[in-house]
Design a binder for this molecule. Sequence first.
Ligand SMILES: C[S@@+](CC[C@H](N)C(=O)[O-])C[C@H]1O[C@@H](n2cnc3c(N)ncnc32)[C@H](O)[C@@H]1O
Length: 300
Amino acid sequence: MTGRHSPEPVPADPAIAAKPTKTLLGPAEIRDLAEMLGVNPTKKLGQNFVIDGNTVRRIVKVARVAPGDTVVEVGPGLGSLTLGMLEIGAAVVAVEIDDRLAEQLPLTVDLMQPGAALTVIRADALKITELPGDPTRLVANLPYNVSVPVLLYLLEHFDSIRAGVVMVQAEVGERLAAPPGNKVYGSPSVKAAWYGDFRTAGKVSRQVFWPVPNVDSILIAFDRRATPLESEELRLKTFALVDAAFQQRRKMLRQSLSVVLGDSSAASALMSEAGIDPTTRGEQLTVHDFLAIARVWIPA
Ligand SMILES: C[S@@+](CC[C@H](N)C(=O)[O-])C[C@H]1O[C@@H](n2cnc3c(N)ncnc32)[C@H](O)[C@@H]1O
């Protein structure tokens, strides 16, 4: 000690001290932003925004997003989830159909997390042909009315996506993750299984959204197969069989598949050749069983 007093701490600027450092959006910011932009959330675009930081951090954790990852997010909206991923040092490629939201997002991110690695694409996710940075993960609170088509479209067109977590309507998510024989097993279950392993990863309360939706939500986690199941041609044939099987899900396959395979005796013959019982129903078949039928089917 020199005997001199250590300097008094400089009193904090009250304006700064009163303003907590925020990296995520809360309910007030979400509503203010929407009002400022004149955004009246629409059902048509599935615009229910997450207003709860804990939910955002939970999704980012379940999705195992890590610093340096490049993540594609469909429908960033006002940026709730986007900021959660940027916060931990991931790069986000955000695809948003609503012009006002797409224009605002970089401004919000600049204000709250300057320098964060964000790329915004103003587009319908069902029409994109390129994703900069080859994202390895898909993490999104998907617009509910197009959640399955968007998910399948991205998996089909972007091989770089190896894993992810999507939030979808609970019934839809349960279908995506259902095993054969389950009462909700259907066409989305088989198509999802074509690409990889899908599983439920926890429910999400409707109270964490604004506006509050009238359906429950669920997180679905997935990992893509290490190697694709088969060629594009066989995927198309398999999916045609799956669609036919579940359009008449109560009927035996020899009947439901006759729509695409000719008639019921042709369907029976093909199924027997593939080693599948023609009297069974689509809900009992795995994706491999449908693929086995597709392999012996030579369309007219
Ligand atoms: C459920 S909100 C999620 C918003 C935000 N990620 C959140 O969690 O708060 C769905 C978002 O998807 C956008 N959207 C709807 N259809 C789309 C499409 N076809 N392509 C891209 N974005 C779409 C909506 O405008 C909306 O911002």
